[in-house]
Write a protein that binds this ligand. Structure first.
Ligand code: 5GP
Ligand code: ZN
Length: 109
């Protein structure tokens, strides 16, 4: 928990968000400025700044994020039509919130 991190504050309930899923490792909530009909963020509870800061011991977190994304896509009925999963990494990669998150976007068709 980093007290100046927006996503840590959302995870701990100190800032609001529209959650769609939570487990011991990750939470999923709606992006406040959706760039697609479905735009969800899969966020580990552990504060990790970006993909660059992942360590060998974070393997389980990364796989949980991807498997959760797959399940949430299915729940949102976009599995078959298709969707995008992506990480923005650091400023040059478009990252604005420096707490690791996987974007799940879709629902165009
Ligand atoms: P990044 O650019 O860091 O990969 O993505 C951060 C995402 O967080 C953006 O798509 C942005 O719209 C979203 N975002 C920024 N502030 C908030 C917020 O307060 N609540 C929620 N739910 N999403 C946010
Ligand atoms: Zn954080």
């Amino acid at each position: 928990m980093e007290k100046n991190c927006l996503f840590c504050r959302i995870i701990s309930g100190q800032a609001p968000a529209e959650f769609v899923y939570k487990n011991d490792v990750v939470v999923v909530f709606k992006d406040i400025y959706p760039k697609a009909p479905v735009h969800l963020l899969i966020v580990p509870k552990k504060h990790i700044r970006s993909i660059n800061e992942l360590s060998e011991t974070d393997r389980e977190i990364v796989s949980e994020m991807i498997l959760t994304a797959k399940e949430i896509a299915k729940k949102n009925l976009i599995s078959t039509t298709g969707y995008k999963l992506f990480f923005n990494v650091e400023r040059g990669g478009g990252q604005e919130i420096f707490h690791l998150h996987l974007h799940l976007i879709g629902g165009w068709i």
